[in-house]
Design a protein around this ligand. Sequence first.
Ligand code: GCU
Length: 440
Amino acid sequence: MHTQTILTFLLLCSLFTNPVIARPPNYDESKVAPYDVPDPLSFANGEKLTSRDQWPQRRQEVLAIFEDQMYGIIPPRPAVMRTELIESGETLNGTVIRKQIRMWFNKENKGPKIDWIFFLPKNVSGAVPAFIGLNFYGNQEILPDKEILVTDGWLRNNKKHFIADNRASEKSRALSAAPEASQSWPVKTLTERGYALVTACYGEIDPDYDDGYTNGVHVLFPPKTRPIPGNYTTSLAAWAWALIRGMDMIEKEKAINSKQVTVIGCSRLAKAALLAGAKDERFAVVIPNQTGGGGTPPAKRDFGENVSFQNKTFPHWFCGNYRKYSDNEEALTFDQHMLLAACAPRRLYVSSFPKGWFDPYGEFLSMKAAEPVWQFLGLPGLPAEKWPEENVPVSSTHLGYHRRPGEHGIAPFDWECYLNFTDRAFKPQTSNLKPQTSHL
Ligand code: GCU
């Protein structure tokens, strides 16, 4: 089923189940009302930043606003966090090392756990750069490799992925390795270009439905009161938290250069990647691939998915305090370009695809509205005055953007653009940039 069809279905469901109806999405550019863009370079009290030294303080202020008003608090590292190597070996004809590491949060090996998988290029000298991201359907989908554990976490039912009763089955092995798969994790390409991949399934962290935050890692930091506080950790914050814990683990992996880690994700998991990347400065590069609303595009711009719909359809993604902005976006004193800006001075690459629902033009506008922060810090911006054509990536060393036709997902073209961007960060001497990507 196409995303648009699913969304129409969800919209219809929400119309039937919710007494208050979500505002229908607007798809007409000429009907987008003018909106104000909050200045990322002014403090909340209106005072303008006058020196670069003030950015860390403003950045913290911005992050605190997003946690308090939109995604909920991202908890600190728990008192106990243990990792256990449960399996390792070689894969892809002996060219890649596979490591499966289980992460626990108590001494008894009980409660929530996360099964991470590492794919490390084999014949390389020294520590390599890495990508970390969460996957939708389990590690077993990534490669035709019987040693990969089939996830035992909650999954969204999906016939194409052989997921029934919210559980994966053996039949789902290697599904995302197929050339036509949309959520690809191209281990061969990544490792051949000298990168490691670290991933885990998001359903093991927090099942993706509104359960009042009683399952998944929420049991580690349960709400202090009921009703739940307005800034309580949402599912998006929990997924971001897990990526940050993944970074804690990577710091102990000698084969990876922990100063060269890119956090990536697609869709809702791109929102989580963006949040984790904005929050944790250990991520050198942040790549939110096609986030959809509540990620990259401006909430104040009424095009495609809107705040009202998000709050109604995905109440566990956004905290209670965000409800007040439904049909009231003008009350927002912040917007998504500020979350992008919180990645500065690190590197950020955003990508869009053409479904109106995802507001690709809005994503570009958010990048442009965030760009002044990089420039203020003396770093290059995004070298595009107008919305770039499809399939024409634009990037400086610090900001990159492209949009492409086709289906939702991380496609080979997207990976090619991302690898060119990260090569430029981590392997400037060897980066094989295509002419159209090399600006500034
Ligand atoms: C829906 C949702 C988006 C989200 C996407 C996904 O389309 O409206 O915000 O990004 O699902 O995660 O698949």
